[in-house]
Design a protein around this ligand. Structure first.
Ligand SMILES: NC(=O)c1ccc[n+]([C@@H]2O[C@H](COP(=O)([O-])OP(=O)(O)OC[C@H]3O[C@@H](n4cnc5c(N)ncnc54)[C@H](O)[C@@H]3O)[C@@H](O)[C@H]2O)c1
Length: 460
C-alpha cells in the first residue's frame, strides 16, 4: 500500500510536560522490544486488550479485535465516563465472545481517569483501543506510550491547531519506539481502493486534475442537538453529544468528512496546502449545536490540483457518499457506496459510462473495519513496522483546515491551521466529573456559533 508523503510537522512549544521524555521513550522502546508476541504452541501468547470509550465504535472495534483469526486475544478492561456504556459494552461483547471477554467488575473503570486504570491492567506490548470523542485522544495516546502499549485509535485524532501540534509530538515519540499504531481510517485497508491508488499513481488516468467528494446524507447521530435539560451535567451532556460541539469532535464536519478527504488525498498521494470554503445552516429550529448543515470546500494541493468537497446533512435531499478522481487521460470512481463496498473503477472519459470502463476491482470486498484489525495484529505478531498515527494527524489537520475556512469565511492554509492558537478545550486532560464544560451556553441555553465574515480569527 502506498503511503502519503511525510508531512511537515511544524514545531510548537507544548503546554504541558507530557513530552518530558527522552527517558520515557527509551523505557517504552525497551519494554516493547521484549513484548512482541508471536503465536507459539504451549506459551501464553495471548494479547490483552483494554477498551477506552465503550460506545458504538469502541465496542465494534473490540469485537473486531477479538475476531482476528488465528490469534489468541482477550479483552481484559473497560473504561468510560458513563456506567451504562461500560455495562452495555460488557454485556454485548461477552455475549458475542464469551471465551475472550475476561472483565470482572473490578476491571470496569469509570470516570475521566478510567483510561489510566484500564491501561494499568495491561502489560507492555498489549493493545489499547482509544475510542472516546477525539478531544481526549492526545491525553490517552500519551499514557499508552508511557505504558509501552500498542494502540488502535479512532479518527479524527485531533480537532484544532494546538492539539494537532501536541499530537504530532507524540507521533514523533511513537516513531522512536517499536509500537504499532492503527488509526480508524479503515478505508486505507480496502483492497479495491488500494489497487486503484496504485493504478492512479502509475498514471492510468494521467495527471489528476480534480478530485470530487460528496458526503450528503440525512442526520446520523446527534449532530443537531437541543437545549440541555435542567439538572444534567453540562460537561457530560456535551460529551454524550460530541458531534454537536467543536471542542469535543471538530463537529460533524471533522467527524464525517475526514473519510472522503483522506481517500482523495490517498489517490493524489499528497495533502492539500490550502482551503477556501463556505457553509451555513438552513434549518436551525430548536437546535443549539455549533454545526452548519452544508459545507462546500475547495482544497488546493501544492501543484494546484483541486479537491472539491460537498457536505450536507439534511433530510429529504438526494443522498450521495462517494469520491471521484479526474485526470488528463480519464477518470475513476474511488468509492461509490459509503465505506464499503467501494466498487472502484477506471474510465476512459469523464462520464463514468460502462462502455468506457477500462478497469474495475473484481475481488470480494471484506469489511474494512475487520481488515484494519487483521493488519494491526499481524504487524504486532510479526513485529513489522506499522504506525498510522502521522497519517491520522495529517488527515485530521487538513479536515480541520476545510472546516475553519467555512466557519471563518477566510482562506486557511495548512500552516495557519497547524500554528493556530485557538485551543477549543485547553484543560481536557484535567477534567473531572465536577469540572465546568469547555464550552458554555448563553442565557438562552444556546452555544456560540461560527459567524463567517464576522468572527474570522477563530471558529467561534
Ligand atoms: N472509523 C469510523 O468509521 C468510525 C465510525 C464511528 C465512530 N468513529 C469514531 O469513534 C469515536 C467514538 O465514536 P462513537 O460513535 O463510538 O461514539 P459513542 O458516543 O458511541 O462512544 C464514545 C464513548 O466514549 C465515552 N467517553 C467520552 N469521553 C470519555 C473519556 N474522557 N474517558 C472515557 N470514556 C469517554 C463515551 O461515554 C462513549 O461511551 C469518534 O472519534 C468517532 O469519530 C469512527
Amino acid at each position: 500500500m502506498k503511503q502519503n508523503p511525510a508531512p511537515h510537522t511544524g514545531s510548537s512549544p507544548s503546554r504541558r510536560e507530557f513530552l518530558k521524555t527522552t527517558g520515557q521513550v527509551a523505557a517504552a522502546t525497551t519494554l516493547v522490544a521484549a513484548a512482541a508476541r508471536p503465536v507459539h504452541a504451549g506459551e501464553d501468547n495471548t494479547l490483552r486488550v483494554a477498551l477506552v470509550g465503550c460506545g458504538g465504535r469502541g465496542s465494534g472495534a473490540a469485537l473486531d479485535a477479538l475476531s482476528v483469526p488465528g490469534s489468541p486475544i482477550k479483552l481484559v478492561a473497560l473504561a468510560d465516563v458513563f456506567q451504562r456504556r461500560v455495562q452495555n459494552s460488557y454485556q454485548n461483547l461477552s455475549q458475542a465472545k464469551p471465551d475472550q471477554v475476561d472483565v470482572p467488575e473490578e476491571r470496569r473503570f469509570l470516570g475521566f481517569d478510567a483510561y489510566q486504570k484500564a491501561m494499568d491492567v495491561l502489560r507492555p506490548g498489549d493493545v489499547v483501543i482509544l475510542a472516546t470523542p477525539p478531544a481526549f485522544r492526545w491525553v490517552h495516546f500519551a499514557y499508552a506510550l508511557d505504558k509501552g502499549l500498542h494502540v488502535f485509535m479512532e479518527k479524527p485524532v485531533t480537532v484544532d491547531g494546538p492539539s494537532t501540534r501536541r499530537f504530532l509530538e507524540l507521533v514523533d515519540r511513537s516513531e522512536k519506539t517499536n509500537l504499532k499504531v492503527g488509526v480508524g481510517l479503515m478505508c486505507r485497508h480496502c483492497e479495491a481502493r488500494g489497487q486503484l491508488a496504485e493504478r492512479i499513481q502509475d498514471g492510468q488516468i494521467g495527471d489528476i486534475t480534480t478530485l470530487r467528494a460528496y458526503r450528503v446524507t440525512g442526520p446520523v447521530v446527534q449532530e443537531f442537538t437541543k437545549r440541555k435539560p435542567q439538572g444534567k451535567s453540562e460537561l457530560l451532556y456535551q460529551i454524550e453529544r460530541f458531534h454537536a460541539f467543536l471542542w469535543a469532535s471538530g463537529g460533524l464536519f471533522s467527524d464525517f468528512m475526514i473519510h472522503n478527504i483522506d481517500e482523495c488525498c490517498w489517490m493524489k498521494n499528497a495533502w492539500p496546502v490550502e482551503a477556501k470554503a463556505m457553509g451555513g445552516r438552513h434549518y436551525r429550529g430548536d437546535y443549539v449545536d455549533q454545526n452548519f448543515d452544508v459545507y462546500a470546500v475547495e482544497y488546493t494541493f501544492d501543484d494546484g490540483t483541486k479537491l472539491m468537497l460537498n457536505g450536507r446533512i439534511m433530510s429529504g435531499c438526494d443522498n450521495e457518499f462517494a469520491s471521484y478522481a479526474h485526470g488528463t487521460k480519464g477518470s475513476a470512481i474511488i468509492s461509490s457506496a459509503a465505506h464499503t463496498p467501494a466498487r472502484s473503477r477506471i474510465f476512459k472519459g469523464h462520464k463514468f459510462k460502462t462502455s468506457e470502463e477500462t478497469w474495475r476491482f473484481e475481488g470480494r470486498e471484506p469489511n474494512p473495519y475487520q481488515l484494519e484489525w487483521n493488519h494491526l495484529i499481524d504487524a504486532i505478531r510479526n513485529d513489522q513496522p506499522y504506525n498510522e498515527a502521522r497519517r491520522g494527524a495529517e488527515a485530521s489537520l487538513v479536515t480541520a483546515m476545510g472546516r475553519m475556512a467555512a466557519h471563518t469565511g477566510r482562506v486557511i492554509t495548512r500552516e495557519q491551521m497547524l500554528e493556530h492558537e485557538h485551543e477549543f478545550a485547553p484543560d481536557v486532560d484535567q477534567l473531572t466529573m465536577d469540572s465546568a464544560a469547555p464550552l458554555q451556553a448563553d442565557a438562552e441555553g444556546a452555544y456560540p456559533l461560527p459567524l463567517p465574515g464576522l468572527v474570522t480569527e477563530r471558529e467561534y
